[in-house]
Ligand binder design. Structure first.
Ligand SMILES: [Zn+2]
Length: 114
């Protein structure tokens, strides 16, 4: 389950931030993933709950945003939002899409510390 590894590295960053800001506990964490990372929000949530039963992050709210796949056709300029990845433009069929969102994004949007 690669979500467990993702959550572990996220928690390392959170702990660093806690130290830097001399916070006592984390109230809320907001994460963002591109749809093509195939990250399962339920698995992230599960791993997060399992790894934060104790300590300064226990009980923090987890907010997970999945960015939809968006691309622009290099041929006709059509902008599309895709449910699943395809390299071809649905409008002109053989145009190649330049995917500019929803690809491999994986980031912490915000950490609320008290
Ligand atoms: Zn096109």
């Amino acid at each position: 389950m690669h979500e467990l590894g993702i959550v572990q590295s996220i928690l390392e960053i959170i702990e660093e931030q806690l130290k830097i800001h001399e916070g006592e506990r984390v109230v809320k964490v907001q994460l963002e993933f591109g749809a093509m990372t195939a990250v399962m929000p339920e698995a992230i949530e599960f791993a997060f709950q399992a790894l934060t039963r104790e300590g300064p992050v226990a009980g923090a709210t987890l907010d997970i945003i999945i960015l939809p796949i968006k691309g622009v056709c290099l041929d006709c300029g059509h902008q599309v939002e895709l449910d699943s990845y395809t390299p071809f433009c649905p409008a002109c069929v053989d145009g190649m899409l330049n995917i500019f969102q929803g690809k491999d994004e994986m980031r912490i949007v915000s950490i609320e510390i008290e």
